[in-house]
Design a protein around this ligand. Structure first.
Ligand code: SF4
Ligand code: SF4
Length: 510
Protein backbone atom coordinates (compact mmCIF):
# COMPACT_ATOMS: atom_id res chain seq x y z
CA UNK A 1 0.00 0.00 0.00
CA UNK A 2 2.75 2.56 0.79
CA UNK A 3 4.17 1.83 -2.70
CA UNK A 4 0.73 2.59 -4.24
CA UNK A 5 0.38 5.83 -2.28
CA UNK A 6 3.89 6.81 -3.28
CA UNK A 7 3.17 5.97 -6.89
CA UNK A 8 -0.02 8.17 -6.85
CA UNK A 9 1.88 10.99 -5.19
CA UNK A 10 4.66 10.63 -7.74
CA UNK A 11 2.16 10.78 -10.59
CA UNK A 12 0.57 13.97 -9.10
CA UNK A 13 4.04 15.43 -8.69
CA UNK A 14 4.87 14.74 -12.36
CA UNK A 15 1.66 16.42 -13.51
CA UNK A 16 2.28 19.38 -11.23
CA UNK A 17 5.77 19.68 -12.66
CA UNK A 18 4.40 20.05 -16.17
CA UNK A 19 1.80 22.56 -14.95
CA UNK A 20 4.56 24.57 -13.28
CA UNK A 21 6.59 24.53 -16.47
CA UNK A 22 3.56 25.58 -18.55
CA UNK A 23 2.68 28.41 -16.16
CA UNK A 24 6.22 29.81 -16.19
CA UNK A 25 6.32 29.60 -19.98
CA UNK A 26 3.03 31.48 -20.18
CA UNK A 27 4.26 34.12 -17.71
CA UNK A 28 7.50 34.53 -19.64
CA UNK A 29 5.60 35.00 -22.91
CA UNK A 30 3.16 37.50 -21.40
CA UNK A 31 6.04 39.47 -19.90
CA UNK A 32 7.79 39.52 -23.27
CA UNK A 33 4.88 40.58 -25.46
CA UNK A 34 2.65 42.30 -22.88
CA UNK A 35 4.91 44.13 -20.43
CA UNK A 36 7.95 44.61 -22.69
CA UNK A 37 6.43 47.29 -24.93
CA UNK A 38 5.13 49.15 -21.88
CA UNK A 39 8.56 49.34 -20.31
CA UNK A 40 10.16 50.30 -23.60
CA UNK A 41 7.64 52.99 -24.45
CA UNK A 42 7.80 54.31 -20.89
CA UNK A 43 11.59 54.60 -21.21
CA UNK A 44 11.17 56.45 -24.49
CA UNK A 45 8.38 58.70 -23.23
CA UNK A 46 6.16 57.63 -26.11
CA UNK A 47 2.37 57.74 -26.00
CA UNK A 48 1.28 54.36 -24.65
CA UNK A 49 -2.44 54.79 -25.25
CA UNK A 50 -2.19 52.80 -28.49
CA UNK A 51 -0.66 49.69 -26.87
CA UNK A 52 -3.17 46.97 -25.84
CA UNK A 53 -3.18 46.48 -22.07
CA UNK A 54 -4.82 43.07 -21.83
CA UNK A 55 -1.65 41.00 -22.13
CA UNK A 56 0.24 43.23 -19.72
CA UNK A 57 -2.56 42.98 -17.17
CA UNK A 58 -2.68 39.16 -17.47
CA UNK A 59 0.99 38.88 -16.54
CA UNK A 60 0.43 39.45 -12.81
CA UNK A 61 -2.20 36.67 -12.24
CA UNK A 62 -0.12 34.35 -14.40
CA UNK A 63 2.96 35.15 -12.32
CA UNK A 64 1.07 34.52 -9.06
CA UNK A 65 -0.31 31.24 -10.38
CA UNK A 66 3.21 30.13 -11.42
CA UNK A 67 4.58 31.04 -7.97
CA UNK A 68 1.84 29.18 -6.11
CA UNK A 69 2.16 26.14 -8.40
CA UNK A 70 5.94 26.08 -7.88
CA UNK A 71 5.59 26.21 -4.10
CA UNK A 72 2.94 23.46 -4.08
CA UNK A 73 5.11 21.36 -6.39
CA UNK A 74 8.09 21.78 -4.03
CA UNK A 75 5.98 20.93 -0.94
CA UNK A 76 4.57 17.82 -2.66
CA UNK A 77 8.04 16.70 -3.65
CA UNK A 78 9.37 17.22 -0.11
CA UNK A 79 6.48 15.29 1.46
CA UNK A 80 7.09 12.40 -0.88
CA UNK A 81 10.71 12.27 0.12
CA UNK A 82 10.10 12.50 3.89
CA UNK A 83 7.33 9.84 3.69
CA UNK A 84 9.61 7.37 1.87
CA UNK A 85 11.57 4.62 3.68
CA UNK A 86 14.76 6.69 3.24
CA UNK A 87 12.94 9.61 4.78
CA UNK A 88 11.73 7.63 7.81
CA UNK A 89 15.28 6.36 8.32
CA UNK A 90 16.47 9.98 8.21
CA UNK A 91 18.26 9.31 4.91
CA UNK A 92 15.94 11.64 3.00
CA UNK A 93 17.18 14.84 4.71
CA UNK A 94 19.54 15.46 1.90
CA UNK A 95 16.79 14.93 -0.68
CA UNK A 96 14.49 17.20 1.36
CA UNK A 97 17.05 19.97 1.15
CA UNK A 98 17.51 19.33 -2.54
CA UNK A 99 13.69 19.50 -3.05
CA UNK A 100 13.39 22.75 -1.10
CA UNK A 101 16.34 24.25 -2.99
CA UNK A 102 14.80 23.16 -6.30
CA UNK A 103 11.52 24.89 -5.38
CA UNK A 104 13.24 28.09 -4.30
CA UNK A 105 15.44 27.95 -7.41
CA UNK A 106 12.37 27.46 -9.58
CA UNK A 107 10.65 30.51 -8.09
CA UNK A 108 13.77 32.64 -8.34
CA UNK A 109 14.59 31.47 -11.86
CA UNK A 110 11.02 32.06 -12.98
CA UNK A 111 11.01 35.59 -11.55
CA UNK A 112 14.35 36.47 -13.11
CA UNK A 113 13.17 35.01 -16.43
CA UNK A 114 10.00 37.08 -16.30
CA UNK A 115 11.89 40.30 -15.58
CA UNK A 116 14.39 39.53 -18.35
CA UNK A 117 11.53 38.82 -20.76
CA UNK A 118 9.94 42.17 -19.91
CA UNK A 119 13.20 43.95 -20.69
CA UNK A 120 14.04 41.93 -23.79
CA UNK A 121 12.01 44.02 -26.21
CA UNK A 122 13.33 47.42 -25.09
CA UNK A 123 16.83 45.96 -25.42
CA UNK A 124 16.13 45.53 -29.13
CA UNK A 125 15.64 49.27 -29.30
CA UNK A 126 19.24 49.82 -28.25
CA UNK A 127 20.57 48.00 -31.30
CA UNK A 128 18.58 50.35 -33.50
CA UNK A 129 19.09 53.62 -31.74
CA UNK A 130 22.49 53.42 -30.11
CA UNK A 131 24.47 53.77 -33.35
CA UNK A 132 22.31 56.70 -34.35
CA UNK A 133 22.55 58.35 -30.97
CA UNK A 134 26.31 58.09 -31.19
CA UNK A 135 26.51 59.23 -34.79
CA UNK A 136 24.19 62.13 -34.05
CA UNK A 137 26.40 63.57 -31.36
CA UNK A 138 27.05 67.04 -32.75
CA UNK A 139 30.40 66.96 -34.56
CA UNK A 140 31.23 70.52 -33.83
CA UNK A 141 34.59 71.96 -34.68
CA UNK A 142 36.82 71.21 -31.72
CA UNK A 143 38.23 74.72 -31.97
CA UNK A 144 35.43 77.13 -32.81
CA UNK A 145 36.71 80.20 -34.53
CA UNK A 146 37.65 83.12 -32.31
CA UNK A 147 35.74 85.53 -34.52
CA UNK A 148 32.48 83.86 -33.56
CA UNK A 149 32.92 84.17 -29.81
CA UNK A 150 30.39 86.46 -28.19
CA UNK A 151 28.52 86.97 -31.50
CA UNK A 152 25.47 89.20 -31.16
CA UNK A 153 22.44 90.04 -33.24
CA UNK A 154 23.44 92.61 -35.88
CA UNK A 155 20.14 93.26 -37.64
CA UNK A 156 16.47 93.73 -36.80
CA UNK A 157 13.60 93.60 -39.25
CA UNK A 158 9.98 94.65 -39.19
CA UNK A 159 7.61 91.74 -38.49
CA UNK A 160 4.96 92.71 -41.01
CA UNK A 161 1.81 94.39 -39.74
CA UNK A 162 2.67 93.59 -36.09
CA UNK A 163 5.15 96.48 -36.46
CA UNK A 164 7.48 94.80 -34.00
CA UNK A 165 11.18 94.91 -34.94
CA UNK A 166 12.57 91.42 -34.40
CA UNK A 167 16.09 90.04 -34.50
CA UNK A 168 16.84 88.42 -37.87
CA UNK A 169 17.84 85.22 -36.06
CA UNK A 170 15.34 84.05 -33.45
CA UNK A 171 15.27 81.38 -30.81
CA UNK A 172 13.37 78.19 -31.53
CA UNK A 173 12.97 76.17 -28.38
CA UNK A 174 11.79 72.72 -29.45
CA UNK A 175 14.65 71.00 -27.66
CA UNK A 176 15.23 73.02 -24.55
CA UNK A 177 13.83 72.51 -21.08
CA UNK A 178 14.72 73.13 -17.45
CA UNK A 179 16.97 70.07 -17.23
CA UNK A 180 19.27 70.84 -20.18
CA UNK A 181 20.19 74.41 -19.28
CA UNK A 182 17.46 75.80 -21.54
CA UNK A 183 16.77 78.69 -19.19
CA UNK A 184 20.43 79.82 -19.25
CA UNK A 185 20.68 79.46 -23.05
CA UNK A 186 17.53 81.55 -23.53
CA UNK A 187 18.72 84.19 -21.06
CA UNK A 188 22.07 84.45 -22.85
CA UNK A 189 20.25 84.74 -26.19
CA UNK A 190 18.30 87.73 -24.84
CA UNK A 191 21.54 89.28 -23.60
CA UNK A 192 22.97 88.94 -27.13
CA UNK A 193 20.03 90.69 -28.76
CA UNK A 194 17.57 87.92 -29.64
CA UNK A 195 14.09 89.30 -29.00
CA UNK A 196 11.75 86.71 -30.56
CA UNK A 197 11.06 83.38 -28.84
CA UNK A 198 9.12 80.62 -30.53
CA UNK A 199 7.70 77.95 -28.25
CA UNK A 200 4.79 75.50 -27.91
CA UNK A 201 3.25 73.40 -25.14
CA UNK A 202 4.37 70.18 -26.82
CA UNK A 203 8.01 71.21 -27.02
CA UNK A 204 9.76 69.04 -24.42
CA UNK A 205 6.37 68.31 -22.82
CA UNK A 206 5.81 71.86 -21.43
CA UNK A 207 9.57 72.08 -20.64
CA UNK A 208 10.26 74.71 -23.30
CA UNK A 209 7.55 77.08 -22.06
CA UNK A 210 8.67 76.61 -18.45
CA UNK A 211 12.32 77.38 -19.32
CA UNK A 212 11.44 80.45 -21.40
CA UNK A 213 9.07 81.71 -18.70
CA UNK A 214 11.94 81.76 -16.23
CA UNK A 215 14.44 83.19 -18.73
CA UNK A 216 12.16 86.14 -19.56
CA UNK A 217 11.59 87.22 -15.96
CA UNK A 218 12.15 90.97 -15.82
CA UNK A 219 12.67 91.12 -19.61
CA UNK A 220 9.22 90.17 -20.91
CA UNK A 221 8.41 93.62 -22.31
CA UNK A 222 11.49 93.47 -24.59
CA UNK A 223 10.40 90.21 -26.14
CA UNK A 224 8.08 89.10 -28.92
CA UNK A 225 6.66 85.78 -27.75
CA UNK A 226 5.01 83.19 -29.99
CA UNK A 227 3.31 79.97 -28.91
CA UNK A 228 0.84 77.51 -30.48
CA UNK A 229 -2.69 76.20 -30.00
CA UNK A 230 -1.40 72.90 -28.61
CA UNK A 231 -1.52 70.59 -25.64
CA UNK A 232 1.40 68.72 -24.15
CA UNK A 233 0.74 65.91 -26.65
CA UNK A 234 0.46 67.91 -29.87
CA UNK A 235 -1.66 70.38 -31.76
CA UNK A 236 -5.41 70.68 -31.31
CA UNK A 237 -7.23 69.21 -34.27
CA UNK A 238 -10.26 70.40 -36.18
CA UNK A 239 -13.31 69.87 -34.02
CA UNK A 240 -11.62 70.94 -30.77
CA UNK A 241 -14.00 73.15 -28.80
CA UNK A 242 -13.60 76.88 -28.22
CA UNK A 243 -13.04 76.09 -24.55
CA UNK A 244 -10.18 73.69 -25.41
CA UNK A 245 -8.44 76.31 -27.56
CA UNK A 246 -8.80 78.92 -24.82
CA UNK A 247 -7.62 76.48 -22.13
CA UNK A 248 -4.52 75.68 -24.21
CA UNK A 249 -3.47 79.35 -24.27
CA UNK A 250 -4.30 79.94 -20.62
CA UNK A 251 -2.06 76.98 -19.75
CA UNK A 252 0.73 78.52 -21.83
CA UNK A 253 0.37 81.89 -20.09
CA UNK A 254 0.75 80.22 -16.73
CA UNK A 255 3.88 78.29 -17.73
CA UNK A 256 5.37 81.32 -19.49
CA UNK A 257 4.65 83.48 -16.41
CA UNK A 258 3.09 86.22 -18.50
CA UNK A 259 -0.32 87.87 -19.03
CA UNK A 260 -0.21 87.70 -22.81
CA UNK A 261 1.52 86.16 -25.81
CA UNK A 262 2.23 88.29 -28.84
CA UNK A 263 1.50 85.62 -31.38
CA UNK A 264 -0.39 82.34 -31.41
CA UNK A 265 -0.01 79.93 -34.32
CA UNK A 266 -2.34 77.30 -35.68
CA UNK A 267 0.52 74.87 -35.61
CA UNK A 268 1.75 72.53 -38.30
CA UNK A 269 -1.44 73.20 -40.21
CA UNK A 270 -1.96 70.62 -42.93
CA UNK A 271 -5.49 71.37 -44.11
CA UNK A 272 -7.54 74.42 -44.99
CA UNK A 273 -10.31 72.96 -42.84
CA UNK A 274 -8.14 73.25 -39.72
CA UNK A 275 -6.88 76.67 -40.79
CA UNK A 276 -10.41 78.04 -40.97
CA UNK A 277 -11.96 76.07 -38.11
CA UNK A 278 -14.57 78.54 -36.71
CA UNK A 279 -13.82 77.38 -33.16
CA UNK A 280 -10.16 78.36 -33.31
CA UNK A 281 -11.05 81.79 -34.70
CA UNK A 282 -13.73 82.37 -32.08
CA UNK A 283 -11.28 81.34 -29.36
CA UNK A 284 -8.64 83.70 -30.78
CA UNK A 285 -11.14 86.61 -30.89
CA UNK A 286 -12.17 86.04 -27.28
CA UNK A 287 -8.57 85.77 -26.15
CA UNK A 288 -7.63 88.95 -28.01
CA UNK A 289 -10.55 90.86 -26.45
CA UNK A 290 -9.33 89.68 -23.05
CA UNK A 291 -5.83 91.00 -23.88
CA UNK A 292 -4.27 87.53 -23.70
CA UNK A 293 -3.09 87.31 -27.33
CA UNK A 294 -2.24 89.98 -29.91
CA UNK A 295 -1.67 88.41 -33.33
CA UNK A 296 -2.71 85.27 -35.20
CA UNK A 297 -0.34 83.09 -37.20
CA UNK A 298 -0.12 79.79 -39.03
CA UNK A 299 2.82 77.43 -39.32
CA UNK A 300 2.92 74.89 -42.13
CA UNK A 301 5.38 72.51 -43.75
CA UNK A 302 3.24 69.88 -45.40
CA UNK A 303 2.50 68.83 -48.99
CA UNK A 304 -0.47 71.18 -48.66
CA UNK A 305 1.79 74.13 -47.81
CA UNK A 306 0.85 76.00 -50.97
CA UNK A 307 -2.87 75.43 -50.45
CA UNK A 308 -2.78 76.31 -46.74
CA UNK A 309 -0.57 79.40 -47.18
CA UNK A 310 -2.66 80.67 -50.09
CA UNK A 311 -5.88 80.17 -48.11
CA UNK A 312 -4.36 82.06 -45.16
CA UNK A 313 -3.47 84.99 -47.42
CA UNK A 314 -6.93 84.93 -49.06
CA UNK A 315 -8.58 84.83 -45.64
CA UNK A 316 -6.84 87.97 -44.40
CA UNK A 317 -7.03 87.25 -40.66
CA UNK A 318 -3.46 85.98 -40.35
CA UNK A 319 -0.67 88.38 -39.37
CA UNK A 320 2.28 85.98 -39.54
CA UNK A 321 3.11 82.81 -41.49
CA UNK A 322 5.85 80.47 -40.37
CA UNK A 323 6.93 78.52 -43.47
CA UNK A 324 9.51 75.86 -44.25
CA UNK A 325 11.99 77.90 -46.32
CA UNK A 326 15.58 77.09 -47.23
CA UNK A 327 18.16 77.38 -49.99
CA UNK A 328 16.93 75.88 -53.23
CA UNK A 329 13.31 76.66 -52.32
CA UNK A 330 10.78 75.84 -55.02
CA UNK A 331 9.66 78.79 -57.20
CA UNK A 332 6.03 78.71 -56.01
CA UNK A 333 7.20 79.26 -52.45
CA UNK A 334 9.10 82.38 -53.53
CA UNK A 335 5.82 83.68 -54.96
CA UNK A 336 3.93 82.95 -51.74
CA UNK A 337 6.58 84.79 -49.72
CA UNK A 338 6.39 87.77 -52.09
CA UNK A 339 2.59 87.84 -51.93
CA UNK A 340 2.69 87.74 -48.10
CA UNK A 341 5.04 90.72 -48.10
CA UNK A 342 2.70 92.62 -50.43
CA UNK A 343 -0.12 92.07 -47.91
CA UNK A 344 2.16 93.03 -45.01
CA UNK A 345 1.90 89.51 -43.59
CA UNK A 346 5.20 88.62 -41.95
CA UNK A 347 7.07 85.50 -43.07
CA UNK A 348 9.08 83.66 -40.43
CA UNK A 349 11.37 81.02 -41.97
CA UNK A 350 11.79 77.61 -40.35
CA UNK A 351 13.47 74.34 -41.43
CA UNK A 352 16.19 76.56 -42.85
CA UNK A 353 18.89 73.86 -42.75
CA UNK A 354 17.26 71.75 -45.47
CA UNK A 355 17.21 68.53 -43.49
CA UNK A 356 20.10 69.42 -41.19
CA UNK A 357 22.28 66.63 -42.53
CA UNK A 358 25.42 68.76 -42.43
CA UNK A 359 26.91 67.27 -39.26
CA UNK A 360 27.18 63.83 -40.77
CA UNK A 361 27.64 64.58 -44.44
CA UNK A 362 30.10 67.39 -44.85
CA UNK A 363 33.62 66.14 -44.68
CA UNK A 364 35.09 68.71 -42.33
CA UNK A 365 33.72 69.84 -39.01
CA UNK A 366 34.46 73.48 -39.68
CA UNK A 367 32.52 73.15 -42.94
CA UNK A 368 29.53 71.82 -41.01
CA UNK A 369 29.56 74.83 -38.69
CA UNK A 370 29.95 77.20 -41.63
CA UNK A 371 27.08 75.50 -43.43
CA UNK A 372 24.56 76.70 -40.86
CA UNK A 373 25.76 80.27 -41.31
CA UNK A 374 25.71 80.00 -45.11
CA UNK A 375 22.16 78.57 -45.02
CA UNK A 376 20.96 81.36 -42.70
CA UNK A 377 22.53 84.06 -44.87
CA UNK A 378 20.83 82.61 -47.94
CA UNK A 379 17.40 82.69 -46.23
CA UNK A 380 17.90 86.22 -44.92
CA UNK A 381 19.06 87.47 -48.32
CA UNK A 382 15.35 87.52 -49.18
CA UNK A 383 14.18 90.85 -47.81
CA UNK A 384 10.59 89.53 -47.76
CA UNK A 385 11.56 87.22 -44.90
CA UNK A 386 11.29 88.95 -41.53
CA UNK A 387 13.38 86.50 -39.54
CA UNK A 388 14.28 82.85 -39.15
CA UNK A 389 13.66 80.57 -36.21
CA UNK A 390 16.32 78.01 -35.39
CA UNK A 391 16.53 75.60 -32.48
CA UNK A 392 19.12 76.69 -29.91
CA UNK A 393 19.82 73.85 -27.50
CA UNK A 394 23.55 74.08 -26.73
CA UNK A 395 25.58 77.07 -25.59
CA UNK A 396 27.92 76.98 -28.67
CA UNK A 397 24.85 77.62 -30.87
CA UNK A 398 24.86 81.20 -29.61
CA UNK A 399 28.22 81.87 -31.26
CA UNK A 400 27.64 79.72 -34.32
CA UNK A 401 24.19 80.99 -35.22
CA UNK A 402 24.41 84.64 -34.25
CA UNK A 403 27.64 85.14 -36.19
CA UNK A 404 25.48 84.95 -39.36
CA UNK A 405 23.25 87.84 -38.24
CA UNK A 406 23.19 90.81 -40.60
CA UNK A 407 25.51 89.19 -43.16
CA UNK A 408 25.01 88.52 -46.87
CA UNK A 409 26.05 85.18 -48.42
CA UNK A 410 29.50 85.08 -50.04
CA UNK A 411 30.61 83.08 -53.08
CA UNK A 412 32.22 80.63 -50.67
CA UNK A 413 28.88 80.23 -48.85
CA UNK A 414 27.03 79.55 -52.09
CA UNK A 415 29.62 76.93 -53.10
CA UNK A 416 29.16 75.22 -49.74
CA UNK A 417 25.38 75.17 -50.18
CA UNK A 418 25.84 73.61 -53.61
CA UNK A 419 28.16 70.97 -52.15
CA UNK A 420 25.54 70.22 -49.50
CA UNK A 421 22.86 69.81 -52.19
CA UNK A 422 25.05 67.31 -54.02
CA UNK A 423 25.53 65.30 -50.85
CA UNK A 424 21.84 65.10 -49.88
CA UNK A 425 20.62 64.17 -53.38
CA UNK A 426 18.31 61.17 -53.07
CA UNK A 427 18.15 61.49 -49.29
CA UNK A 428 16.24 64.66 -48.50
CA UNK A 429 12.44 64.64 -48.63
CA UNK A 430 11.13 68.16 -49.12
CA UNK A 431 8.70 69.27 -46.43
CA UNK A 432 6.34 70.95 -48.87
CA UNK A 433 6.36 68.13 -51.42
CA UNK A 434 4.01 65.17 -51.77
CA UNK A 435 4.47 64.41 -55.45
CA UNK A 436 4.72 60.68 -54.70
CA UNK A 437 1.66 60.36 -52.48
CA UNK A 438 -0.73 59.47 -55.30
CA UNK A 439 1.48 56.52 -56.28
CA UNK A 440 0.97 54.66 -53.01
CA UNK A 441 -2.08 52.39 -52.96
CA UNK A 442 -1.73 52.15 -49.18
CA UNK A 443 -2.06 55.92 -48.88
CA UNK A 444 1.00 55.97 -46.65
CA UNK A 445 2.00 59.49 -45.62
CA UNK A 446 5.46 58.98 -47.16
CA UNK A 447 6.50 62.57 -46.50
CA UNK A 448 5.64 62.28 -42.78
CA UNK A 449 7.45 58.94 -42.46
CA UNK A 450 10.57 60.46 -44.02
CA UNK A 451 10.22 63.66 -41.99
CA UNK A 452 10.18 61.66 -38.74
CA UNK A 453 13.20 59.74 -40.00
CA UNK A 454 14.92 63.08 -40.50
CA UNK A 455 14.06 64.14 -36.92
CA UNK A 456 15.56 60.88 -35.66
CA UNK A 457 18.58 60.60 -37.91
CA UNK A 458 19.59 64.18 -38.58
CA UNK A 459 18.06 66.30 -35.84
CA UNK A 460 19.02 63.71 -33.20
CA UNK A 461 15.65 63.89 -31.40
CA UNK A 462 15.06 60.17 -31.27
CA UNK A 463 12.34 60.10 -28.63
CA UNK A 464 10.28 62.81 -30.25
CA UNK A 465 10.66 61.21 -33.69
CA UNK A 466 9.49 57.85 -32.35
CA UNK A 467 6.61 59.47 -30.50
CA UNK A 468 5.44 61.28 -33.62
CA UNK A 469 5.88 58.19 -35.78
CA UNK A 470 3.87 56.08 -33.33
CA UNK A 471 0.96 58.48 -33.82
CA UNK A 472 0.80 58.16 -37.60
CA UNK A 473 -2.41 56.60 -38.88
CA UNK A 474 -0.41 54.11 -40.96
CA UNK A 475 3.22 53.05 -40.55
CA UNK A 476 5.78 51.95 -43.10
CA UNK A 477 5.61 48.26 -42.24
CA UNK A 478 3.10 48.23 -45.13
CA UNK A 479 6.07 48.77 -47.46
CA UNK A 480 7.55 45.38 -46.61
CA UNK A 481 6.50 42.95 -49.30
CA UNK A 482 4.89 45.70 -51.37
CA UNK A 483 5.57 45.64 -55.12
CA UNK A 484 6.49 49.35 -54.81
CA UNK A 485 4.44 51.15 -57.43
CA UNK A 486 6.01 54.27 -55.89
CA UNK A 487 9.29 53.38 -57.60
CA UNK A 488 10.46 56.38 -59.62
CA UNK A 489 7.64 58.60 -58.31
CA UNK A 490 9.99 60.99 -56.53
CA UNK A 491 11.24 63.79 -58.79
CA UNK A 492 14.22 64.18 -56.44
CA UNK A 493 15.36 60.58 -56.93
CA UNK A 494 14.56 59.26 -53.46
CA UNK A 495 14.37 55.44 -53.39
CA UNK A 496 11.10 55.58 -51.47
CA UNK A 497 10.62 51.96 -50.41
CA UNK A 498 14.20 51.61 -49.19
CA UNK A 499 13.94 54.86 -47.19
CA UNK A 500 10.51 54.12 -45.68
CA UNK A 501 11.42 50.58 -44.60
CA UNK A 502 14.63 51.97 -43.10
CA UNK A 503 12.55 54.61 -41.33
CA UNK A 504 10.23 52.00 -39.86
CA UNK A 505 13.16 49.98 -38.49
CA UNK A 506 14.67 53.11 -37.03
CA UNK A 507 11.49 54.49 -35.50
CA UNK A 508 10.09 51.37 -33.87
CA UNK A 509 11.46 48.87 -31.39
CA UNK A 510 13.69 46.31 -33.02
S1 SF4 B 1 6.53 50.61 -51.00
FE1 SF4 B 1 5.43 51.69 -49.36
S2 SF4 B 1 5.27 53.78 -50.09
FE2 SF4 B 1 5.76 52.54 -51.88
S3 SF4 B 1 3.77 52.02 -52.76
FE3 SF4 B 1 4.31 50.36 -51.39
S4 SF4 B 1 3.34 50.88 -49.42
FE4 SF4 B 1 3.36 52.75 -50.68
S1 SF4 C 1 9.73 61.25 -51.31
FE1 SF4 C 1 10.14 62.67 -52.99
S2 SF4 C 1 8.18 62.92 -54.01
FE2 SF4 C 1 7.74 62.01 -52.03
S3 SF4 C 1 7.30 63.75 -50.67
FE3 SF4 C 1 9.50 63.30 -50.48
S4 SF4 C 1 10.52 64.64 -51.97
FE4 SF4 C 1 8.35 64.56 -52.53
Amino acid sequence: MPELAESQASSRTRVSGWVVLALWTLTFALALIGVGPWIGYAAEGIDRSQIPRTLALLTLPSLLAALVATILWAIGRTRRVTASPEGTRGLGRRRFLVGAATGAGGVLGGLVGTVLAAFLRPLGWMTVTAPNILSNTPKRDAEPRDAWRGARVQAYRRLGRTNFRVSDICLGSGRINLENDGEAIAREAIARGVNYFDTAPDYSGFGSELALGRAMKGRRNRMFLATKFCTKDGHLNTGASVAQYIAAIEGSLERLQTDYVDLVHIHSCDTVERLLDPNVHEAFDRLRQAGKVRFLGVSTHTPNLEQVATAALDDGRFDVMMLAYHHGAWPKLEKIVARAASQDVAVVAMKTLKGAKHRGLLERRDQADSYTQAAFKWVLSNSNVSCLVISFYEHPHLDEYLYASGKAPTQEDLALLQRYDELIAGKHCFAHCGACLGACPEQLAINDVLRHRMYFEDYGVQKEAMRLYSRLEKQADVCMGCSAPCLGACPYGIPIQERTIGAHRMLTFG
